[in-house]
Structures are given as C-alpha cells and as structure tokens.
Design a protein around this ligand. Structure first.
Ligand code: PLP
Ligand code: COI
Length: 346
C-alpha cells in the first residue's frame, strides 16, 4: 500500500502509477494499453480545445473489510459513456472494452485503493476527447479514450469522515440554467461542467456548497445540482426523486431507488418535483459517485430559507438508512443485487 494520509485526502488529483490509453484513428480504436505517461500532447486545433468535444465518466473502487478490491456497476458507466459519445458525435468505445479497461486500471493501481474504514476510495475517471484538428465546426476525426484514477476523500469540503459521510450542507436555488430541454443535460459532457464553474464559484463565495438548478423552460421543477442528483423524503416516508429528460441519469440514484424499494421496503416515486413541494419535504440528499449521499439541511431560495426538518447536524433517518445500505453493498458488507459489485482479481 502506498504511503498516503488516507484519512485526510481531499477530492483532488494525485498522479498514480498507471493509466489506460486507446486512440481512434482511421475509423478504428487501436488495441489500447496501460502507460505511465500522464501527459497528453495534441494539435493546437484539436476538437477538444476548440469546441469542447469531450465526455467523461466517474466511478470508484473500494477495499472491502476482508481486503478484496471491488468496483460498482461499471457496465452502467460504459453504457452512459456510449450515450454521451453518440450525442457529441464521437465514436463509441466498445462497452465490454470499457469495463475491461476499468478493471485493468484498478488492478495496476491496487496500491492506491485506500484501506477499508478510512472513508477514502479510488476514484476512476474514464474520459474521451477529440485530439484531431478541426477549424470548421464539425466532429474531429481522431480521439483519445483514457482512464486514470486518483485516491479521493469526501467531495464536499468540511466533510471529514464521520458516520454517515458529511455534515448537512446549505445549497441555493440558482438563476443560472444547467441544461436546456433537448440539450445535453442527460449526458456527461465537459461542457456541462464548464458552464457550471462560474455559478458554483459564486455559490461558494456566498457560503453554499452547491447550486440547485431548476428546469430551464418553466423554472418550476427541481432538476439537480452541478454534480449530483437529488433525493427527497416526504412527511409520510416516501422517497421522491426528480424525473426529467435534462438531468444526468445518476447510477447512484438508480441504485438507491432499488435499495429503497427492495432492501428497505420504501415507496419510491420518480416524477417531476416542483420547488414548491420541497417546502414540505423532511429530508434532502445529493447523490452521486463523488457525493455518495450527502445530506442537505438548508435550501436557500431568493431570500427564503427552506430548512429541512432533518436539520444541520446530521443526516435524516431515511437518508441514513439509504446511505448505510448502499455503502454496505459497495464495501461488501451486504450482498448486492446480482452484477452490482465486480471483484477486481489480483
Ligand atoms: N449529476 C451530475 C450533474 C453529475 O455530474 C453526477 C456525477 O457523475 C451525478 C449526477 C451522479 O451520477 P453518478 O451517480 O452516476 O455518479
Ligand atoms: C461523479 O460523481 O463522479 C462526478 O463526476 C461528479 C463530478 C462533479 C466530480
């Protein structure tokens, strides 16, 4: 195991030993290989530099209590990346090769998978970008697919590891839009994050951890935050999660829905959720690979503070159960549905 202060890791980049690279040229992906080189050289006119033709994914590897290394539903990241590629006119990296490459990268960097119980994980970042030159606005002809990884701590600042993850956060309803109807909100394109940088910088300056985006067409419905989907709990204990064609189909959210229904026996509704209704919710959590399930205590909306009854000190009871069960599955303590947990053999 590498000599790293695992308990104090931030959500930041640390160069690890190996990464996987495959290049697309003349209409085909090459064989691909692991490499030590973390630098990328390309034309000044590369499609990624000029027109942001780039997509990515995020997933994690976990060390279990009995010292195995596992990862969580990489097939869904492969599938989502294929969707992202199609929407940005990029070649699809074959889904089976994606999963195989993820496993190769984890295996090659096994010494960076944090010890069980530290709250840290190995974050895996598959990405694909246009390396071929363009000057007219059109898809490039050459691309690179790359997977690197970095050990990470909690996504939200001030998130020293405590039972249940991080302390509840304050977020704000923002007047900026994240995604247009029929736009790119449902895929993981770099451009969705570039446009969120200024709004999130502003949110941080004002003391909010994230922006809560509303639907761009009517500004009535809750969509998601810059880097996570939302989950709410109603007064009668139902789990409600916004449904919209312009939010990212979070793998964590889809997994939590199964956990809520099949492990906890809760009723789950996936439907449009108005900002108005949020005033009556008892719990709110932000879910994603990086965020896991991070509780929200306060939602600021133009001079009004919506204080969730679960408060600013700890996670609400339903979110806590969801969190414990999902992370229990991810860390191998609870048996997950078939195919969710993939062991990385040494
Ligand atoms: N929503 C956005 C905008 C994200 O960037 C992410 C992170 O991947 C998520 C939601 C959560 O998705 P997942 O659970 O698949 O990581
Ligand atoms: C993830 O959760 O994997 C993400 O990509 C979110 C990102 C904003 C770090």
């Amino acid at each position: 195991m590498k000599d790293i202060d695992w308990k104090n890791l931030e959500f930041a980049y640390i160069k690890t030993d190996k990464r996987y690279v495959s290049n697309f040229r003349d209409g085909a992906w090459d064989a691909g290989c692991l490499t030590n080189d973390n630098m990328v050289a390309m034309s000044e006119s590369a499609g990624v530099l000029q027109y942001a033709q780039t997509i990515f994914e995020g997933l994690k590897a976990y060390r279990t209590a009995d010292d195995r290394i596992v990862t969580f539903r990489p097939d869904l990241n492969a599938e989502r990346m294929a969707e992202s590629a199609r929407r940005l006119a990029m070649p699809v990296f074959p889904e089976e090769r994606f999963v195989d490459a993820v496993l190769q990268v984890i295996r090659a960097n096994a010494e960076y998978v944090p010890p069980y119980g530290t709250g840290a994980t190995l974050y895996i970042r598959p990405c694909m970008f246009a390396t071929g030159p363009v000057i007219g606005v059109k898809p490039a002809g050459e691309f690179q697919f790359r997977i690197f990884c970095t050990p990470v701590g909690p996504y939200f600042k001030g998130g020293a590891y405590v039972k249940g993850g991080v302390k509840p956060k304050s977020i704000r309803v923002t007047d900026y839009d994240r995604a247009a109807p029929h736009g790119t909100g449902h895929i993981k394109a770099g451009l969705n994050y570039a446009m969120s940088l200024y709004p999130v910088h502003e949110a941080h300056e004002l003391g909010f951890a994230e922006n809560l985006y509303l639907d761009a067409a009517t500004r009535t419905y809750v969509e998601e935050t810059g880097g996570a989907n939302c989950i709410f709990v109603t007064r009668d204990g139902k789990v409600v999660t916004p449904k919209s064609a312009s939010i990212l189909p979070s793998i964590t959210r889809r997994s939590l829905i199964v956990v809520a229904r099949e492990y906890l026996g809760l009723t789950v509704e996936e439907r449009p959720v108005t900002l108005d209704e949020v005033r009556d919710m008892t719990e709110c959590g932000l879910c994603g690979t990086a965020a896991v399930l991070s509780p929200v205590g306060r939602i600021h909306n133009h001079g009004e503070d919506i204080m969730l009854p679960s408060g600013m000190d700890e996670m609400g009871p339903v979110c806590q159960k969801l969190y414990d069960t999902l992370t229990g599955i991810q860390y191998g303590l609870i048996e997950g549905p078939k195919g969710w947990v993939r062991e990385v053999e040494a």
